[in-house]
Design a protein around this ligand. Structure first.
Ligand SMILES: O=C(O)CCC(=O)C(=O)O
Length: 297
């Protein structure tokens, strides 16, 4: 069956039909998918039935798989896969992370010096209601900014801190291993990047980790970041995904933020997550500075 591509969201997100991801893919189809992923930022494949190895191997076609700092969320079958779930083991301990609550608007790995900007979720068990995930298009959001705000952020960099996100988490998710702490010092990234395919500019935002703008008083910097985030999550920039069991969804964090709505704690939800280092010729890979470098300038 030939590949069909159906646009889903406002300038982002496309559904790809006609592929069985558990079968080896034709190299020409892989090239097409890599390009589509770069162009759309969100790619959806429905009605898939994958072992963890098949899922991980498919994701690895787009970039190298990362063992994230959340080793406590890692699957025992394939540790590069993280479990995003409210399920608990027979000992009562969480099997993965992020529980059943809202996951606020964020972008993954903004707190890392070398962020792995690709991510995938595979829906294995879903609640009857709730738990939808939303993606905001930060290219369209940048384009729609008033000229004076574009000028205000030109050349500006923000500081990102993982501890800010940890403070928002509940229970065991708040804890991070010593190794995880060493891998997550404060980092600085520009607020605007250029997409390598379209040449268009995109905002780079994460209200769950950003703690200020370099060279601006704290309150002023945070007010600017809040204004940018409120602008970016307006409905016209957002794609909402209504999950079905068997969905595989890939997204590129360099040009998107995402959030998940809560779902009832009495329901079960299990998503398998992969995290990927994406290639810079197809995706925005944020530049990084350490705060000390910025201070020395
Ligand atoms: O559970 C979801 O749908 C999204 C989870 C999430 O925000 C993430 O994996 O970064």
């Amino acid at each position: 069956m030939a590949i069909e591509v159906h646009a889903l969201g406002p300038g982002i997100a496309a559904e790809v039909r006609g592929l069985r991801l558990w079968e080896p893919l034709d190299p020409a189809d892989v090239e097409l998918l890599r390009r589509l992923f770069g162009e759309h930022g969100v790619l959806v494949f429905r009605r898939q039935s994958l072992s963890e190895h098949e899922y991980a191997d498919f994701c690895a076609l787009f970039g190298s798989l990362e063992h994230t700092v959340r080793t406590d969320w890692a699957s025992r079958v394939r540790p590069e896969i993280g479990l995003i779930t409210n399920l608990k083991g027979s000992n009562g301990n969480p099997l993965g992370g992020l529980g059943d609550g809202e996951v606020e608007w964020h972008s993954d790995q903004t707190y890392m010096a070398n962020p792995a900007t690709g991510a995938a979720l595979y829906a294995v068990e879903l609640p009857p209601e709730g738990g939808r995930t939303y993606w905001a298009n930060l290219v369209a959001a940048y384009e729609a900014l008033p000229e004076r705000l574009k000028q205000a952020i030109d050349g500006k960099n923000a500081v990102f801190r993982y501890q800010k996100r940890l403070n928002k988490y509940k229970g065991a998710d708040q804890k991070l291993s010593e190794e995880g702490r060493k891998r997550t010092p404060d980092v600085v990234h520009p607020l605007v990047h250029v997409h390598p395919l379209s040449g268009k500019k995109a905002l780079y935002l994460d209200p769950t980790t950003s703690i200020g703008v370099v060279g601006m008083p704290e309150a002023e910097g945070n007010a600017l970041l809040d204004k940018l985030a409120s602008h970016a999550i307006q409905a016209q920039f957002v794609y909402t995904h209504n999950w079905q069991v068997g969905d595989v969804l890939l997204w590129s964090n360099g040009c998107l933020m995402h959030r998940r709505e809560p779902f009832p704690s009495s329901d079960r939800r299990l998503m398998k997550r992969a995290t990927l280092h994406l290639p810079a010729d197809l995706h925005i890979i944020p530049k990084t500075f350490m705060p000390a470098e910025m201070a020395a300038q």
